[in-house]
Design a protein. Structure first.
Length: 469
């Protein structure tokens, strides 16, 4: 028996490859399926089943394409209603895979079809669970994403999740392994650990939601407390996962179309496409196409695209580092953004060589900014998350979190120059690109963000551990 976790950091997502006696099961595959097919071929094995733990909201799964390419059936738990052919398993149903078996444990709560898969070894002993978004390490799945589909409140769903965990998961042996669908950084939970694999016994000890003496009322209150609104692209990804989607090969062929600067500019004007610059933030600061939006591949690229662009059908034109064209289109497609219509051939340097207008961002070091901040000569706007800001922030800084930057547009000074910063420099440049696209140019970026500001001795509030907030 082989179990391989295939973890994708930018999505904080875990897919799983399970093999026994030449038969393979894939759980929650990513959009690009060739790695799974190649892995099975390397093992001389055949993909027999594609298991989905639920209809994912934060990424587009590869189940449809993988089934088409391999002939393997897609398996969902009870209550699933996809538009394509799939096995809708009953609670307790067992699927044989070589010498091992996978049992369906229906665990509604995150969504109504949410299912945990229990793997039993060749002796029939419980070995591991693939818990999807039902159980994370340190947390459980948020119960507010399926409200409209299930016609239930988040409290109703949280109550179902409590029952699922107590009746299906917690009675299992402490020594079994927990393989969740997501880790720290995913928007599908709020308190996940950085680890991606653990024992169920340790989760019973450290996971607040698995306290043995916890009442259902306490569970509902704690699980729903502090939930931020889900990203706007989540329902669109659910729709694609339920109804199917375009083959990724076609998305890549269209999206990587090379356009010279003149054709690129004409395409942007004709289509209303967003020009998305995915280079490093330092390169964007030095020069970029006017009104382009920066979201760099080197950070949490896909989630920020989903949160800030939101509309998966929005046409996109990309400015990429050389050689990263296909990578950028692939990572966009993982979260359902299939409408990339071209790449700037030769990158930003080609744009400059063609004599096209370009813009820059005024950036200073924390040391340079320090006197003006201490003397209150310029307002400071901190675009980190509210929890980061409450934990510690520069004295007199205002919090305008990047996640909700559109809600704060009226708070930025119209004429007076102001500073913008985040934790290290990535998110502040995203925010600044959005400000510039809205005609706001009277700001200065603090290079290195809050980390550099602390090192420079800029006064800050007393530190409070984020877990206590």
């Amino acid at each position: 028996m082989k179990i391989e976790q295939i973890y994708t950091g930018c999505l904080a997502q875990g897919a799983y490859y399970i093999e026994s006696k030449g038969e393979v099961a894939i759980i929650d595959p990513l959009r690009e399926v060739e790695p799974y097919i190649e892995r099975a071929e390397k093992d001389g094995a055949k993909i027999k089943y594609i298991f989905e733990t639920h209809f994912h909201a934060d990424f587009v799964s590869g189940h449809v394409t993988l089934s088409k390419e391999t002939g393997a059936p897609i398996v969902y738990g009870p209550n699933a209603n996809p538009s394509f052919d799939a096995i809708i398993a009953s609670d307790g149903q067992v699927f044989k895979l070589g010498d091992i078996s996978i049992q369906v444990l229906h665990t509604p709560g995150h969504t109504m079809e949410s299912t945990t898969y229990l793997l039993k070894d060749e002796t029939g002993k419980d070995h591991a669970i693939f818990s999807g978004d039902t159980l994370f390490l340190g947390d459980v799945g948020r119960p507010d994403l399926a409200q409209k589909a299930a016609d239930m409140t988040q409290d109703d769903l949280a109550g179902l999740l409590f029952d699922s965990l107590r009746n299906k998961v917690m009675p299992l042996s402490d020594d079994i392994t927990v393989y969740p669908a997501h880790g720290a950084g995913s928007a599908c939970g709020k308190n996940m650990m950085k680890e991606t694999v653990d024992t169920l016994g340790n989760q019973k000890r450290v996971n607040y939601a698995l306290r043995a003496d916890m009442t259902k009322e306490e569970f509902i209150k704690e699980v729903t407390d502090g939930l931020l609104p889900p990203p706007k692209y989540f329902p669109l990804n659910v729709k694609m996962n339920k109804e199917g989607y375009e083959d990724i090969a076609d998305v890549l062929n269209r999206g990587t179309t090379a356009l010279d600067p003149d054709a690129f500019e004409a395409m942007a004007n004709e289509t209303g496409a967003v020009v998305l610059d995915v280079r490093h933030q330092d390169d964007f600061v030095k020069g970029h196409i006017p009104r382009s939006i920066f979201i760099g591949l080197n950070g949490d690229f896909a989630p920020w695209v989903g949160a800030l662009i939101a509309d998966t059908e929005q046409p996109l034109l990309l400015v990429t580092p050389e050689g990263m064209e296909e990578e950028a289109v692939t990572r966009l497609s993982r979260v359902g953004f299939d409408a990339t219509i071209g790449i700037l051939e030769g990158g930003f340097e080609a744009w400059k060589k063609a004599g096209k207008d370009y813009d820059t961002i005024n950036s200073v070091s924390a040391e340079e900014a320090k006197p003006q901040i201490e003397n209150k000569e310029m307002p400071v706007f901190d675009v980190r998350k509210e929890s980061e800001y409450l934990s510690e922030h520069a004295v007199n800084a205002e919090n305008t979190p990047l996640d909700f930057i559109n809600d704060y547009m009226g708070e930025f000074p119209k004429e007076k120059t102001f500073f913008v910063h985040c934790a290290g420099g990535y998110r502040s440049v995203i925010a600044e690109s959005i400000l510039k696209s809205r005609g706001i140019h009277n700001f200065v970026d603090i290079g290195g963000g809050f980390g550099a500001m602390k090192n420079a001795g800029i006064p800050s509030t007393d530190y409070v551990c984020p877990t206590t907030l």
